[in-house]
Design a protein around this ligand. Structure first.
Ligand code: SF4
Length: 458
């Protein structure tokens, strides 16, 4: 059978989409290739959020041109956000490209790959050039991301609950690449989670661009509970599920019902990733982010008060058009004051066809200076937060071998902290208490607490 290779750029939603495409190819009998050079089908699932992500994907595909010349029967495709944004213009940039599939058509990839492989074989005889581009919108596409390829002992899974975003932040290309908000219905999501749990999954992360605004256009609030909180309660009730996460929420959708859910649903993990973007109200307005620094700060206080041990992480953009020293200072002060458990700091990257692209830009040098400066603040608070956990016993869901040292295991605490430890490989997929002995800003290190009843310690 033909072999396929998929490389994913970008966020967890892209990872999830790639998994769905892989599932559909595996179902047809295709095999997964460990490396692109062994593949008959090479697919790059792309990201458009920053220019660097697009350049990486284009560079990678460009580097495959000698392979395309050597093996002309191979199918090369771009999927996802960049494919959606650039469409068939990509054929002009990468001559050996055969396939471009946008964000609402992942479920069509297997059909297109079949067709292209078949035509490529025939092409040897008639030398025709074939290509397929499908970036159309499709009703119901949000429901097509629902199948999983679980590895042995896999204990965590992502579940896509909605697609798209209607917020139109001025720096963001997502509303263009992912379209308008569309949500799946609660029973379908619950049945996907139930199936995952039956297959051994213990922790599920609900995914959406603005996950807490799930269902706001399709479903009604009931008893003061938003559709998202209704969904959380329904998923929480799945027997055997141990932990429930969601990412990423928007501050404006974080209302009392969700704060109550954090306090009342014990399976909800003690971690919220809450994008801040800027600590300057002037810049927040220019970004079209409908909250103030003060409101954000108050929300963080309420989230921390809702549950003990709550970790809060964030995203911050530095160097947004028009960001003055005073705006940056406000961001820096707020980040320092809040003491996030961690943060992704991004230098603003111009995305064409977004409103911010035509605003007055600031120099790359200033962006870089602010980026480095803010990273120091974030690193210090991350170190402080992790250092406070040394000496404690924490529940860790073991995910398997550590990526940096396969002789050790890694897992995550309920607060989403990475923990590296030594233990029997059979711990993969299990909840285990770890005594934390050391901390860096990025990881915790510890030893399993002896539990004689557990067979892997025997
Ligand atoms: S909320 Fe803003 S940043 Fe997030 S996906 Fe929507 S437009 Fe982009």
């Amino acid at each position: 059978m033909p072999k396929f290779f998929i490389k994913t750029y970008g966020c967890q939603m892209n990872e999830r989409d790639s998994e769905q495409v892989a599932h559909s190819l595996l179902e047809r009998g295709y095999e997964r290739a460990a490396h692109e050079t062994e593949a008959d089908v090479v697919l790059l699932n792309t990201c458009s959020v920053r220019d660097m992500a697009e350049q990486k994907a284009l560079g990678k595909m460009g580097m495959l041109s000698p392979m395309a010349r050597r093996r002309p029967e191979t199918v090369f495709g771009f999927l996802g956000c960049m494919a959606q944004a650039r469409g068939d213009s990509l054929f002009g940039i990468v001559p050996h490209l055969d396939l471009v599939v946008g964000t609402q058509k992942f479920h069509r990839v297997a059909d297109y790959v079949d067709e292209l492989l078949e035509k490529k074989r025939a092409r040897r005889m008639d030398d025709l050039r074939f290509s397929i581009c499908d970036t159309a919108e499709e009703d119901g596409s949000a429901e097509t991301i629902r199948d999983h390829n679980l590895k042995p002992r896999q204990a965590t899974a992502f579940v896509s609950i909605m697609q798209g975003c209607n917020m139109h932040c001025t720096f963001c290309i997502v509303p263009r690449t992912r379209g308008a908000e569309r949500s799946r219905i609660i029973p379908e999501i619950v049945s996907e989670v139930r199936e995952l749990v039956d297959r051994g999954v213990k922790e599920v992360t609900l995914l959406g661009q603005i996950v807490n605004l799930y269902g706001r256009h399709e479903f009604a609030s009931v008893g003061g509970k938003s559709p998202f909180v209704q969904l959380l309660e329904a998923v929480h009730a799945v027997e055997g599920l141990e932990r429930l996460r969601f990412t990423s929420p928007h501050p404006i959708g974080f209302r009392d019902d969700l704060l109550n859910a954090l306090a009342e649903l014990p399976k909800l993990a003690e971690h919220v990733h809450l994008p801040l973007q800027s600590g300057s109200d002037r810049i927040l307005r220019a970004m079209h982010r409908p909250y103030t620094a003060q409101k954000y700060r108050a929300l963080v206080d309420r989230i921390r008060a809702a549950r003990e041990g709550m970790a809060i992480t964030t995203d911050v953009i530095v160097g947004f058009p028009g960001e003055e020293d005073d705006d940056y200072r406000r961001t820096r002060d707020l980040v320092e004051e809040i003491q996030f458990d961690n943060a992704f700091v991004f230098r603003y990257s111009t995305r064409s066809e977004t409103p911010a692209a035509s605003m007055p830009q600031i120099s790359e040098r200033i962006k870089e200076e602010r980026n480095q400066d803010l990273l120091k603040v974030v690193d210090a608070s991350a170190q402080r937060a992790n250092a406070g956990l040394v000496g404690r016993d924490l529940e860790v869901l073991c995910e398997g071998p550590s990526k940096t040292n396969a002789r050790r295991l890694m897992g995550r605490t309920r607060a989403n902290k990475i923990v590296v430890f030594e233990g029997a490989p059979e711990l993969a997929g299990r909840l285990v208490d770890i005594h934390i002995e050391e901390a860096s800003g990025f990881s915790l290190y510890g030893t399993p607490v002896m539990q004689p009843s557990c067979p892997v310690f025997a």
